[in-house]
Design a binder for this molecule. Structure first.
Ligand SMILES: [Zn+2]
Length: 338
């Protein structure tokens, strides 16, 4: 089968790889229907994260092709959506809703390919009510990571009716955070973005205000828009020191920050600023599995259309061009077709 391999920073190739096989009885093999490139795939692409012949991809939808003997909830032929973190969905941590910290958690890798092996299939994959129409596939794929992550950020930031929400970061996850905030009933949603195309999509997803300023100026604008108080809820979807401090300082005392931007080694926060900000912080790799059943249902019922976040759709074979397009910000998010 064909799959994407990143040899070194900037060097993405589609290569022949061995077909995956069932190793553990809880495994499933799925045939990918669509996959995509994540903002976090750009970290190794840019050399910020070490990379050496890595099998790429952790977002996926597809059809179950083979199951191990212990897989009970899925059958061959099911169309499934899975989280980017493997989980058993039965341990105490999973039962509490934190499947991304499952005692059996492992990050998925290698789904930018024709086939993938998914361990703990019962706990990781969720079947759709039936075979989806083609127009639903981008949205179902979005649920696998960016939608689930934006949704978790909004929940972690305690978004709800009566709340003003600010969103730091206008990548796919930030935009999904806007969509989630709208769905969760926020009164006012301020998207922080400098790019016209992303501003337009943010408005489509429910943003009521756009703030183009960043850093201290961005914080000042948020405070201006909220009677000097700051937002009740702030979604942080970048993962740098600057963006995190912007999120913390844009939050009112007692407010909540949901942070899901992937942080890297060397990103530090000054404790004095954290201390005096007096806000709640909650975040991490999103427990997407917690939200999948609800998100799949909303997509199935056409209540949300997160698939609009994919503004470039190309064949898997052209993955290298997709990485370049996202890296150069010519595309917000790239869907790879199979
Ligand atoms: Zn678990």
């Amino acid at each position: 089968m064909h799959g994407v391999v990143m040899h070194s920073p900037g060097d993405v190739r589609v290569e022949d790889r061995d077909d995956p096989t069932i190793i553990d009885p809880t495994d499933a093999i799925i045939r990918l229907t669509a996959t995509c490139i994540c903002g976090s795939d750009l970290w190794p692409y840019r050399g910020v994260e070490r990379v050496d012949h890595k099998l790429m991809g952790h977002e996926y939808v597809g059809v179950v092709e083979q199951i191990g003997d212990d897989v009970k909830t899925l059958k061959v032929g099911d169309f499934v959506v899975g989280s980017f973190v493997i989980s058993d969905n039965t341990c105490e941590i999973c039962q509490a809703g934190y499947q991304s910290k499952c005692v059996h958690a492992q990050f998925v890798s290698g789904t930018q390919a024709e086939l993938a092996r998914i361990p703990y299939a019962d706990g990781t994959l969720v079947a759709t009510p039936g075979p989806p129409d083609a127009d639903l596939i981008p949205s179902l794929l979005a649920a696998s990571d960016v939608l689930g992550t934006g949704w978790f950020a909004a929940v972690a930031a305690e978004v709800g009716p009566g709340k003003t929400v600010a969103v730091v970061g206008d990548g796919a996850v930030g935009l999904m955070g806007v969509l989630a905030a709208k769905q969760l009933g926020a009164d006012r949603i301020i998207a922080m973005s400098r790019h016209a195309d992303r501003q337009a999509l943010a408005r489509e997803f429910g943003a009521t205000d756009i703030v183009e300023e960043r850093g201290a100026e961005g914080v000042a604008r948020i405070r201006e828009l909220t009677d000097g108080l700051g937002a009740h809820c702030v979604i942080e979807a970048v993962g740098t020191e600057e963006s995190m401090l912007q999120a913390i300082h844009a939050t009112r005392g007692g407010g909540h920050v949901g942070f899901v931007g992937v942080a890297h080694e060397g990103v530090n926060l000054p404790l004095d600023q954290l201390f005096f900000a007096e806000v709640h912080l909650h975040g991490g790799p999103a427990p997407v599995r917690r939200f999948l059943p609800e998100l799949i249902q909303k997509i199935w019922n056409h209540e949300i259309d997160p698939g609009k976040v994919f503004d470039l759709k190309i064949p898997l074979e052209e993955a290298a061009a997709g990485y370049a397009a996202m890296n150069e910000r010519r595309a917000i998010k790239v869907l790879l077709t199979l």
